[in-house]
Each structure stands twice: as C-alpha cells, then as structure tokens.
Write a protein that binds this ligand. Structure first.
Ligand SMILES: Nc1ncnc2c1ncn2[C@@H]1O[C@H](COP(=O)(O)OP(=O)(O)OP(=O)(O)O)[C@@H](O)[C@H]1O
Length: 340
C-alpha cells in the first residue's frame, strides 16, 4: 500500500462491478489499469457510474464483484481509515470546515497524524503557495471569506497535505465559474506534473477531460467503458458513435489544445528569418517553441503581422517558421492520425 511518502501508485480495476441493492447496475465488469503518475480522467453522462467507480477506490462504496487493487493489494483487505489517509479526496462542494481557518483546514490530516507544529505549519504554507494562495493573507481567513475558486484551491491543498500517492477528484472544479475553472485546471495540471501523484478525476465536461487527462476513459450508462485513449487519439479516432456524439462538435478546436507543435510541422526558415528577425514593418517577429500546443501557436500566429512566426527549440535556437498553411497541415495531421 502507499505510505505517506511514496508518491507513486498503481490502481487496477479487476473485473469490477457494482450493483446497488435496488438493482441499478452502476459499473459492469470493468478492467482498467491506472499507471503510476498518470492523470486519468473519467468522463460520461450523468449516471454512467463515474462517482461509484471513484468511491470504490477509497471504499466509500464496496464492489459487488471483482477487485480494486492498489499497488497489487486488494483494498478490501485494507483498514478503511488507513486507506483514506493515504489518498486525497476532493469533491465538488469541497466540504471545508466552516468554523476552522483555511490553515486549520489544510492541517486537518497532518494533525490527525500527529505531525509536530512546525512541520505542519511549514507544510500548510508550502501548500497554500502551491495553489497560489498567500499563507499570510488567506491562511487566517475562514472559508466564507474566500471566493468559490479559492475555496476549491484550499480543498486541493488539503487533499495534498500528506503527499498522498493517489488523488481521487470528483468534479473538483465543477462549482467554479468558467474563467476561474480554466486557471485552476491549468494550475492543477502543473501541480500534478510536479508532484507525480496518481490521479483519478471525474468530470462530465469533455473539454476538461481532454485538457487534463494523460488518458481519458469515456463511460456510458450502466458503467460501460466505451473508450480508453489519449486525448489526441480520442478526438481523432472516436471508437464508436456514442463517443463521437459525446465529444460533440468542434473536435478540431479541441485537438488544437491537445496537440503539440513538433518539428514535422515546421517549415524551413527563410534566409535572415531567425529570432528577432523583423517583419515588413520593422517589428520583431513573434516566436513559439516546439512542444507548445497548436492552440497557443494559433493565437501567436493570429497576432503576427508578418503572417508567420519563428519556431524555437528548447534551447531558444530558431529551427524554422510556422505559417497558416503549416498550422493547418499540423491540425489535419492530428485529425487524421491513425490513433496508434
Ligand atoms: N446509493 C445508491 N443506491 C442506488 N443507486 C445508486 C446509488 N448511488 C448511485 N446510484 C445509481 O448508480 C448509477 C451511477 O451513479 P454515479 O453517481 O456513479 O454516476 P455518475 O456518472 O457519477 O453520475 P453524475 O455525473 O450524475 O454524478 C446511477 O444510476 C445512480 O442513480
């Protein structure tokens, strides 16, 4: 089982099923592996069993068939309290304690684990900074003195307090307004990349699923797994009509956000077209880096008066240029990729 400091975990659903006492089948014979450090998003319409699946990992719900394994051990054999302390759990209405300050809320589990005062205080300050809250300013406040988005950040900080190996997140950004949600999503993705936690994140929002997930699992009613794939594969090769319908329109737009610019998309530079080269009006030509999303490239290109931008590698050296035609070719390539 994960211990406090092992921030790597592997989750396996082994023929897992859940039928509630009234006969509702929420999850049906599911086989699914979540790799260490993976951020797997679970997406599907209301009632497709996503929350049930998540709650089987921390034993808020027990499967009626099959097993859930964490690092090879069946969670059914693990003490529930110990199991839950090793996992962060974030839900839509974050459930902060209203009469405790932000700092006290974040310190909840460290206190249960009897960390000493100094270690707890340092960790709380570190976590609040990580989620872009000011420990001095926000730490002493009460939850009702924060915005909805800030409260959600506190929820994420609290769930991360003891370096959990696994984070279970059920619509974690659902209650946040669309603008705040996008910045929370971006920050959470960065936090995940830094911490290496294994994350299962439930959402009904396909945009959130493809933006955040290393892979996306799409479920239909009855808890059937319709497709499990990387975002680019899901968007370019939906497995069936259900997935295609769920992804909806504007597939190409979504693909822009999840496809990175690579060397194949870059046209050779013209003589004198390196970084700092001027366009026809004497302005410096904008640049993008290899590895940027095509969406980011698109916005830079849209603002480039010369109609093209210079592409730089990781070291900042110019490797060529991106034009509307080459961006279009990159997008077309992503749409028609064979999904392998
Ligand atoms: N305690 C319960 N008793 C009976 N049926 C339940 C219970 N909890 C959930 N269900 C049913 O199981 C199915 C799956 O529910 P679940 O909450 O897992 O779906 P979901 O995909 O997370 O939905 P949502 O996006 O609306 O939260 C639904 O039909 C739901 O009504």
């Amino acid at each position: 089982m994960p211990t406090e400091n092992s921030n790597r975990a592997h989750i396996r659903f082994d023929e897992v099923g859940k039928e509630y006492p009234d006969g509702t089948v929420a999850v049906a014979g599911l086989d699914l592996d979540v790799a260490q450090h993976e951020l797997l998003t679970l997406v599907g319409p209301s009632g497709s069993g996503k929350s049930t699946l998540l709650r089987m990992v921390n034993r808020l719900v027990e499967p009626t068939s099959g097993r859930v394994l964490v690092d090879g051990d069946d969670v059914a054999g693990v003490d529930e309290v110990r199991l839950r302390r090793g996992m962060g759990y974030v839900i839509q209405h974050v459930g902060l304690f209203p009469h405790r300050t932000v700092a006290e809320n974040v310190a909840t589990v460290p206190r249960l684990l009897r960390w000493d005062r100094r270690r707890t205080r340092d960790r709380v300050a570190e976590l609040l900074s990580l989620v872009h809250l000011d420990p001095e300013l926000h730490g002493p406040r009460y939850p009702h003195e924060l915005s909805g988005g800030q409260r959600q950040r506190v929820g994420v900080a609290r769930a991360l307090a003891t370096h959990p190996a696994i984070m279970l997140m059920d619509e974690p950004f659902g209650a946040v307004d669309p603008e705040g949600r996008r910045s929370l999503q971006t920050e959470f993705r960065r936090i995940h990349d830094d911490l290496g936690t294994t994350v299962l994140l439930v959402t009904h929002d396909i945009d959130e699923a493809v933006l955040l997930g290393d892979r996306v699992a799409v479920f239909s009613q009855g808890g059937n797994l319709e497709q499990l794939a990387t975002p680019a594969t899901l968007l370019s090769r939906p497995a069936n009509a259900f997935v295609e319908g769920f992804i909806g329109e504007a597939r190409a737009i979504k693909l822009l956000a999840v496809t990175e610019l690579d060397r194949r998309h870059v046209e050779p530079a013209e003589a004198g077209g390196g970084p700092g080269a001027a366009d026809g009006n004497g302005n410096e030509r904008p640049t993008v880096r290899l590895g940027s999303s095509l969406e980011a490239c698109f916005s830079v290109l849209a603002g480039a008066s010369a109609g093209e931008v210079t592409v730089l590698d990781d070291g900042g050296a110019a490797v060529g240029r991106l034009t509307p035609a080459s961006l279009h070719a990159a997008l077309r390539g992503a749409v028609t990729a064979n999904g392998s």
